[in-house]
Design a protein around this ligand. Structure first.
Ligand SMILES: [Zn+2]
Length: 138
């Protein structure tokens, strides 16, 4: 089989071009990230269950966060002295989600966030991690 040289060159050119574009985008986003507040936090996880929130499923406050919103994917508990309720956050490892500081917790102090998960099992699986948390401005 004959290899079409022109085709190969076009492919290489395209690959180099897309690589360059990706590099430029990542360099730009790095600059962007650095210009915002980004710091390493201790990240733990919780769910709406009684073990985590000490609220019975029959309670009208079950699954309701400190801000009054219903807890859902994207909800995080924070130390409101450090991060104001309603702040939007990006968390390392979850590039598709903009989280919202909607909740607080007795054990959530300083550079510590608690990420809401839909089940207790998933919260346990998350465990405790050190992750970069970035405040999304605006
Ligand atoms: Zn739980």
């Amino acid at each position: 089989m004959k290899i079409n040289k022109r085709n190969v060159f076009t492919r290489i050119r395209k690959a180099v071009l897309s690589f360059t574009v990706v590099m430029i985008i990542s360099l730009l986003s790095m600059t962007f990230v650095n210009s915002l507040q980004a710091e390493v936090f201790t990240a733990t996880a919780y769910c709406s269950c009684k073990k985590c929130c000490n609220k019975d499923p029959s309670s009208k406050w079950y699954g309701i966060t400190a801000s009054g919103r219903k807890a859902g994917w994207g909800t995080v508990a924070v130390d409101r002295r450090l991060i104001a309720l309603g702040s939007r956050l990006r968390i390392e490892g979850f590039p598709k989600t903009i989280f919202r500081a909607d909740d607080v917790g007795g054990a959530i102090k300083g550079k510590h966030i608690d990420v809401w998960f839909p089940t207790h099992r998933k919260a346990l699986e998350f465990g405790r991690q050190k992750l970069v948390v970035e405040l999304v401005s605006g």
